[in-house]
Design a protein around this ligand. Structure first.
Ligand code: A2P
Length: 274
């Protein structure tokens, strides 16, 4: 099996168009899943301070050719300052056993705390110092992104948001496209919903001889979204990477997009975050 194709971020990094999410896995589960994923051809591995599994992820990364990996981490709100971002970076790379990160994200904007612009200035300094190759945000709404742009003149390279056919996030994607921000999707399979059992999804999967999970991931790929499905199961890990050999029709894309809003409400980053 070959690695996923890549998309070029605004500062030049090549980011795989699909990766492995590791929440919620503990150190041991993450070590096993990441080791299997690397064997299968995954190159983008997504972790976070908050998942408490960076040590396990790091154990699995040992021995893999560093230049082939694309390792992402994220930090919590207590580090929302210039110095804090540096401290959070140092803690992550120490746990991961790395000396640089491919992508570091502000995990949640936490607008009540109102320090995410300082966190962003901290990320800019880390990128300037060559310690992180690319920088971005997670769970930022267009208004939060606009504020970063207005106050620093610098645009995040990636924004990772909760996105799947039941939450298509059209407005967010339009804003990202307008500003050259790559959209990454967490819970791309609609975890916690019945998305993969929906008759439309099942029928489209049958039409292509694929599984419902593969169809949903393919919908994201065709929308230029980078999905990071989590799986602890070897077969599903393999399946989730095999989404670059078929194409959904415009009608099938529209059918899947029409599921927007049919699940419970997604997380609201103006109200929650850590
Ligand atoms: P498992 O780890 O047993 O494979 P998300 O990434 O949207 O949060 O979804 C993750 C959940 O979906 C996990 O519970 C995972 O379980 C399951 N999952 C991952 N890949 C697939 C797939 N291809 N088909 C069905 N379920 C999947």
């Amino acid at each position: 099996m070959s690695a996923a194709p890549t998309v070029t971020l605004s500062h030049g990094s090549a980011m795989p168009r699909l990766g492995l999410g590791t929440s919620p896995m503990n150190d041991d589960d993450a070590e096993r899943a990441v080791a299997t994923a690397l064997e299968l051809g995954y190159r983008l591995i997504d972790t976070a301070e908050n998942y408490r599994n960076e040590v396990g992820v790091g154990r699995a990364l040992k021995g893999a050719p560093r230049e082939e990996l694309f390792v992402t981490s994220k930090f919590n709100k207590r580090w929302h300052s210039v110095e804090g971002a540096r401290t959070a970076f140092e803690a992550s790379v120490e746990k991961l056993g790395l000396d640089y990160l491919d992508l570091l994200l502000i995990h949640w904007p936490n607008p009540d705390q109102d320090q995410y612009v300082d966190a962003w200035r901290g990320l800019l300094a880390l990128r300037e110092a060559g310690l992180v190759r690319a920088i971005g945000t997670s769970n930022f709404k267009p208004a939060h992104l606009q504020r970063l742009i207005d106050e620093t003149g610098e645009v995040p390279e990636v924004n990772q948001i909760q996105l799947s056919p039941i939450w298509t996030k059209q407005e967010n994607r339009a804003f990202h496209a307008e500003h050259g921000i790559v959209t990454e999707a967490w819970s791309p399979l609609g975890k916690g919903s019945d998305l993969l059992d929906r008759p439309d999804v099942v029928q489209i999967a049958k039409d292509h001889g694929k599984t419902p999970g593969q169809v949903v991931l393919r919908w994201e790929i065709q929308l230029n979204v980078v999905p990071i499905p989590k799986s602890a199961n070897r077969e599903r890990l393999a399946q989730n990477l095999e989404v670059f050999d078929f194409e959904l029709t415009d009608e099938q894309i529209a059918t899947l997009s029409a599921l927007d809003g049919t699940g419970s409400a997604p997380a609201d980053s103006d109200r929650s975050g850590h």
